[in-house]
Design a protein. Structure first.
Length: 255
């Protein structure tokens, strides 16, 4: 059987903080157009794992490849330039900049004035931002507002627009709906579906099983830094996933 090359291949990634192994020999594959839920109790290592992939931390050992090419990022911006877009739980967009500046952050277009001075082309950024936001049916009250004045859902939407605009290879979302009201949660989940329809795989970290069952094709469960199980969403239940998350007496038998 031939299968498309995985978008992301993670092999034996490990990250320690002092004596604590936050991510322990994790391997996983993400395929084009797939939405994968990453589940695990608090402290299981989910955020640390995605920070290894998105250039926040360097792994102590192990490696990962994007579209077959081994990657090593010195910063989140470098990961973004290579097509990995991440919405972090605890690191947001640039609060003081507006939506267009966030969409173009680190990749600002320039134009020459009087054939001499290179200058950031803000008008172009505004036009392009307006177009991509409109394509995704994202309504921002005023494109000149700094991000901090937008709602949680609008911020997530701007980050998603950035991924679409730059043709990201992979979108990673760490608890994107945690702080949102119900209508905004729906919007973000709809945008996750839009991304996967466009072939962009999504890794979705969420505490909310309903969200995961609503959008994920597959789930990966972490416990104490390890990948303890993967299931197709159609072949599992909330009960089974919770058992994997918390472990238990029958742990040895289930692994
Ligand atoms: N920067 C850090 N320094 C030290 N310990 C950390 C750091 N980040 C996370 N940890 C620890 O690593 C473990 C995994 O954390 P984390 O990846 O945030 O888990 P999750 O996102 O699944 O809740 C936890 O025990 C946490 O306390
Ligand atoms: Mg976390």
């Amino acid at each position: 059987m031939t299968q498309a090359q995985p978008t992301l291949q993670v092999e034996n990634l490990t990250k320690r903080f002092g004596g604590l192994t936050a991510v322990d020999q994790v391997s996983l594959h993400i395929h084009p157009g797939e939405v994968v839920g990453l589940l695990g109790d608090n402290g299981a290592g989910k955020s640390t794992l995605i920070k290894l992939i998105s250039g926040v931390y360097r792994p102590d050992s192990g490696q990962f490849a994007l579209n077959g090419r081994e990657m090593s990022f010195g910063s989140p911006l470098e990961a973004r330039r290579n097509g990995i877009e991440t919405i972090y739980q605890d690191l947001a967009l640039c609060e003081n900049l507006d939506a267009s500046a966030n969409i173009f952050l680190g990749r600002e277009p320039t134009k020459r004035r009087l054939g001499l001075f290179e200058q950031i082309d803000r008008a172009y950024m505004q036009r392009e931002a307006a177009t991509v936001l409109q394509q995704l049916d994202i309504r921002i009250p005023n494109l000149h507002y700094p991000i901090r004045q937008l709602s949680g859902g609008q911020r997530q939407a701007v980050a998603i627009a950035r991924a679409v605009y730059w043709n990201a290879h992979l979108m990673i979302m760490d608890e994107p709906t945690a702080a949102l009201g119900v209508p905004e949660q729906r919007k973000v989940l709809a945008l996750v579906r839009t991304l996967c329809e466009r072939g962009v795989p999504v890794i979705l970290i969420s505490h909310n099983m309903q969200d995961v069952f609503a959008v994920a094709d597959r789930v990966i469960v972490m416990r104490r830094g390890r990948n303890v199980g993967e299931r197709a969403i159609l072949n599992t239940t909330t009960d089974e996933l919770v058992r994997l998350m918390v472990g238990g007496d029958d742990e040895a038998g289930r692994r």
